[in-house]
Design a protein around this ligand. Structure first.
Ligand code: ATP
Ligand code: MG
Length: 332
């Protein structure tokens, strides 16, 4: 089976609908055909300030949501990044072959640091994509399923892998991004110009997987649309409605055209009510399953321990080869 690696940051107490549609849905399918490594990216999460007790708790909460969304520990290696020291170690090596200007071109860094101001932006946020490149390369992953927002980081990973291979000899597999075009980006319901994001300032437009159904309902009914009316897909002029149509289509399996036809001549209120039903129908059972899993943290820890053993086995072997190739004297 081809190898595959992906991850999410435990940077909030819940994942959101963008994470589910942009990543988890494909993770679930891909675990059937691939040897999948799915990571809780806690080392990435600390590139912005995290409250220690919350980070620990959010890491367990994120695992529970992976499993509730259908990621099966018996099929996939579901592990915590900091349980595998090779991630931090390979990141250091990759730092030394990344250009300063090259790293400075990453748009996620520009966006996130602009929000924080340069004094509160950490160097870790700057080198974030290099740590991410290491995550992928350690497992010799052939494919990396991510949302559209991560495309540039996967390109950097490919560049670094190619550069390392040409300087030090064939070591890394050069990975391909696996991005589902139509559903790759879900936007904030209050601000359809921005992607739905765990770290957004306002959560009014974010559908959290662990929100209570009544809260989800309210957020959908209040979603920004436009004055023109008409349930029509046109991202350029009707960003809000188009985003809602995308969500409806992915979660119901209905085509956009057939949804447009169903709601032709009807108001946004009707459409939103139907959408809320579809979204809650998907999220409510996952929410309940996640809360059940969280009631037994010892079982979650057992799953993570077994996965950490497996991940360490693979990652450490890659790191050993890297250290050897670059000429570090190995202890005997
Ligand atoms: P943060 O704001 O802390 O960066 P995030 O919401 O961007 O959080 P990540 O943990 O960075 O979430 O990303 C996890 C996965 O979810 C990645 O594969 C990313 O591409 C995907 N993803 C994140 N936001 C969206 C979105 N709005 N639409 C589709 N996919 C998304
Ligand atoms: Mg992100």
């Amino acid at each position: 089976k081809p190898r595959l690696m992906s991850g999410m940051q435990p940077s909030a107490d819940s994942l959101h609908l963008g994470n589910y549609i942009g990543a988890l849905l494909s993770w679930k399918e891909l675990q059937e055909t691939h040897e999948a490594f799915y990571m809780l990216a806690d080392l990435h999460a600390i590139t912005v300030p995290q409250e220690p007790a919350a980070l620990r708790e959010n890491t367990r909460r994120t695992v529970a949501q992976y499993i509730a969304a259908g990621i099966e520990p018996s099929k996939s290696t579901l592990f915590v990044q900091s349980h595998v020291p090779a991630h931090a170690e390979l990141a250091w090596v990759l730092n030394t072959i990344t250009g300063f200007g090259e790293a400075g071109r990453m748009t996620q860094f520009k966006d996130k640091s602009a929000k924080q101001g340069s004094d509160s932006t950490s160097v870790g946020l700057f080198t974030y994509p290099i740590l991410q490149a290491g995550d992928i390369l350690l497992y010799n992953a052939v494919e990396v399923p991510v949302g559209e927002d991560q495309r540039q980081h996967i390109e950097l990973t490919r560049d670094l892998a190619t550069r390392f291979n040409s300087r030090f000899g064939d070591t890394f597999v050069v990975p391909e991004p696996y991005i589902l075009k139509a559903t790759a980006k879900i936007y904030d319901l209050q601000n359809p110009a921005s992607k739905m994001s765990k770290s957004a300032e306002s959560t009014a437009g974010i559908i959290w997987m662990l929100d209570e159904p009544s809260v989800t309902q309210k957020k959908i009914m209040r979603a920004v649309t436009d004055a023109e009316g008409g349930v029509v897909y046109d991202p350029a002029t009707k960003a809000g409605v188009s985003n809602l149509l995308t969500i409806y289509s992915v979660l119901s399996g209905q085509s956009i055209a057939s949804i447009e036809a169903e709601f032709a001549g009807r108001g946004y209120g009707d459409f939103k009510k139907a959408l809320a039903e579809v979204v809650i129908g998907t999220l409510a059972p996952m929410r309940e399953r996640a809360l059940e899993l969280l009631a037994d943290p010892a079982e979650l820890d057992r799953i993570l321990n077994a996965a950490a053993d497996r991940a360490n086995e693979v990652a450490q072997a890659t790191l050993d080869t890297v250290y050897d190739r670059i000429g570090l004297l190995r202890r005997v």
